[in-house]
Design a protein around this ligand. Structure first.
Ligand code: ADP
Ligand code: MG
Length: 264
């Protein structure tokens, strides 16, 4: 009969990579003895705990790789404070069926209404459900793509933005793209078309997208691909950031627009 060797058990768990189990096994064994749990029940509990810890580690790694500007979840979004956002529509999206269908989600609205928060929240939920996610502001992505193009490694760089199951492209419309930038963005959009879902946020209505891109023809081609399989969430309402300040009257007469310009 094998003699129980505590040190060998702990070392074995370590060698198997069961690091959490290694830390808690003795304590859990005492608890199981006190509660007269069966052997299998005790083992089951240990395995569940190890899996839970590993899952959180996986989420943490994927979250770091996702390049979010901040960490926010959908739970932290106050839907009551933003009646312009349909909670049901967001919760439907949280099922991630849109990723499976390679559908785009476009969040439109003036600054501060929670577009980035919702995009990060959906991205976080996507990670928890096992999808790879990458977040980037349009301006940053275009800078990288244009530089890569000039250095002759555009195709390799583009792969960075084609690979994630969900690409979040934030702040479309804060800066304009020149001819090259517009064409490189079109390249990305058409390569992801019907293959990979995107979440895009913009402070500009579609009618104003012609001014973001070099000309109306390329803007129309981009919108055509983006909108074919898409859901648009148009958020009206006031900035959450400025809400408290507005209440306190700090901003005097300056009132930000309550919605994006919807003129075509
Ligand atoms: P936008 O991208 O539309 O400019 P953000 O998503 O960056 O706005 O929101 C600005 C700040 O306000 C963020 O810190 C965000 O978490 C917070 N915020 C916005 N709307 C809400 C909301 N309804 N509930 C909770 N926090 C919100
Ligand atoms: Mg934002």
């Amino acid at each position: 009969m094998n003699v129980f060797d505590r040190a060998a058990l702990l070392e074995g768990l370590q060698r198997l990579g069961l690091t959490h189990m290694q830390q808690v096994v003795e304590h859990r064994a005492e608890e199981a003895a006190a509660a007269s749990s069966g052997y299998l029940e005790f083992l089951y509990q240990l395995v569940e705990e190890e899996l839970a810890v590993r899952f959180e580690r996986y989420v943490e790694t994927r979250t770091r790789l996702a390049n979010f500007p901040f960490r926010k979840t959908l739970d932290q979004f106050d839907f009551a404070a933003q009646p312009g956002v349909d909670k049901r529509a967001i919760m439907d999206l949280a099922s991630m069926a849109f990723i499976e269908r390679a559908t785009n989600v476009i969040l439109l609205g003036p600054p501060g209404v929670g577009k980035t928060h919702l995009a990060v929240g959906l991205g976080t939920e996507a990670i928890r459900r096992g999808y790879s996610v990458y977040f980037i502001r349009l301006e940053d992505m275009m800078q990288k793509l244009i530089q890569a193009y000039k250095e002759g490694c555009f195709v390799q760089k583009l792969r960075v933005y084609l690979k994630p199951k969900l690409l979040i492209c934030d702040e479309i419309g804060y800066t304009t793209l020149d001819r090259l930038g517009s064409h490189l963005f079109f390249e990305l959009v058409s390569k992801r078309y019907e293959k990979g879902a995107m979440i895009l946020t913009s402070n500009k209505s579609y009618g104003a997208w012609g001014e973001i891109f070099d000309d109306h023809v390329i803007a129309a081609a981009i919108l055509d691909r983006l909108l074919h399989h898409s859901l648009t969430i148009n958020i009206r309402g006031e900035s959450y950031r400025l809400r408290e300040k507005l209440k306190a009257g700090v901003l005097g007469g300056i009132v930000p627009p309550a919605s994006v310009d919807t003129k075509a």
